[in-house]
Write a protein that binds this ligand. Structure first.
Ligand code: HGY
Ligand code: MN
Ligand code: MN
Length: 436
């Protein structure tokens, strides 16, 4: 007979007690030391030794015990699951989380804040003796950022069935290490962890994240109720030329892919980057081979990241990429390899209302907001009712060592995540009770 209080216990009081930020903040700062850079940033890329150290930190926190065990497990895609068992193990669980990997010169909030907050919700509920009917799972998705291995969001895509694990395993990093080899290494380090099926029924998904943009801070608003994520298309563009001696190969005889890239990049930026006020166009990675000062390159590879809230506009702009590359790369040959094609999506409005109500219960201001940054919730929304909660970050800066939020903002977001889950569990229990 479980001695803990059922959900119907004075959840109102528990909600209003919220979580606060003290323990969460100190853990966020500790996690930020794993992969820390000298300038205060973080380099904790997917499946790296630093991310493995982050797994060890999180699993250590889960093992500290709260009277009820938190079960640690993983899956073939290298997602991390920390499960607080519910009363009925066969019910589809609720997932809360984000990602532990970072950009190569990232910040200590992007992703990490959502995973640690999710764990904090589970630990706080267990410490308060609150037992839910269903399992509650804090999740860390594999390779959200897509910096070491492109494209990103591999773990959540594999979980949602939006990408195949066999294809994911073949992707290699700049050193030729495949995702498959890195996953096998991770699973060797955590050999004892139970493996869940890759994708399982989920009752709902909640992701808490910094906005990574300036709107909440500019509006002086505490909480963002995220309506959806803007559309995103990415490509890898390969320009093939002919290598040669910088001092002897005549200019008229050259097929220089870097010179071609310069023409292509200007054309793309002019046509796509200035199409309207909402488009986002980025060439974030450029690799010349052999990348030697006195050698005309033989090959140039670069990335395109194109985003827009309007799907028709995103499609229209995306259709210009191949033609713009071909027209400006001559006499080199060019290949455009599409990677991500993710239209703008919408999150569950009912969950959004729970977030809004939870925020106001604490006296936090909130506003609806479209996410300009991508998140794993994009793929979870394809398989279960999903929602995101934002907090402001300083000057909207992210993917940078200067990324920052305050302890108060961190606490407010976690309070709202806790209270939103509480409210969602109440509605589920009510529905199950009414149906019985
Ligand atoms: O690229 C993105 O939008 C995410 O922050 N990785
Ligand atoms: Mn993120
Ligand atoms: Mn990011």
């Amino acid at each position: 007979m479980s001695t803990s209080k059922p959900d119907t216990a004075t959840a109102e009081a528990d909600c209003l007690r919220g979580i606060g930020s003290q323990r969460l903040w100190s853990r966020l700062m500790t996690l930020g030391e794993i992969g820390a850079l000298a300038d205060g940033g973080v380099n904790r890329q997917a499946l790296s030794e630093a991310e493995i150290a982050a797994w060890q930190y999180l699993t250590g926190l889960a093992a500290q015990g709260t009277g009820r065990p938190i079960e640690v497990s993983t899956d073939a895609a290298g997602n991390l699951f920390l499960t607080l068992p519910g009363r009925y193990r066969d019910l589809p669980p609720v997932l809360l989380g984000s990602h532990l990997d970072s950009q190569p010169a990232g910040g200590r909030f992007d992703g990490a804040y959502g995973v640690l907050s999710a764990l904090e919700v589970l630990l706080t509920r267990a410490e308060r003796g609150l037992e839910s009917e269903r399992d509650l799972i804090a999740v860390g998705w594999m390779n959200e950022e897509g910096s070491r291995f492109a494209p990103g969001m591999m773990g959540s895509q594999a979980f949602a069935g939006a990408a195949g694990i066999d294809e994911i395993r073949t992707v290699c990093d700049a050193d030729g290490i495949s995702v498959g080899a890195a996953l096998d290494h991770l699973h060797t380090v955590f050999a004892g962890l139970p493996r869940r099926a890759l994708g399982f029924p989920v009752a709902a998904y909640f992701e808490l994240h910094i906005e990574q943009g300036p709107l909440l801070e500019a509006a002086g608003t505490n909480i963002g109720v995220v309506s959806g994520i803007q559309g995103k298309k990415t490509w890898r563009i390969e320009i093939d030329g002919e290598s040669g001696h910088a001092g002897t190969l005549a200019m008229r005889d050259r097929r220089d892919p870097l010179a071609a890239f310069a023409r292509v990049a200007v054309a793309l930026d002019n046509e796509l980057g200035h199409a309207d006020e909402q488009v986002k166009f980025t060439i974030g990675r450029v690799v010349a081979e052999p990348n030697a000062p006195s050698v005309v390159p033989r090959k140039l590879t670069f990335s395109i990241d194109l985003r827009h809230p309007d799907n028709a506009m995103l499609t229209r702009l995306g259709m210009q990429v191949e033609a713009l590359c071909s027209a400006n790369a001559r006499p080199c040959s060019v290949r455009a390899v599409p990677l991500v094609d993710a239209p703008s999506n919408g999150f569950d409005p009912q969950l959004g209302r729970l977030i809004e109500t939870a925020a106001s219960a604490f006296g936090y201001s909130s506003m609806p907001i479209l996410s300009a940054a991508g998140h794993d919730a994009r793929y979870l929304a394809q398989v279960t009712p999903s929602a995101m909660i934002f907090i402001p970050c300083r000057e909207g800066i992210s993917h940078s060592p200067a990324e920052w939020s305050t302890p108060e903002q961190v606490g407010a977001g976690a309070d709202v995540l806790y209270a939103t889950l509480e409210a969602w569990l109440q509605t589920q229990n009510q529905e199950r009770h009414d149906a019985s």
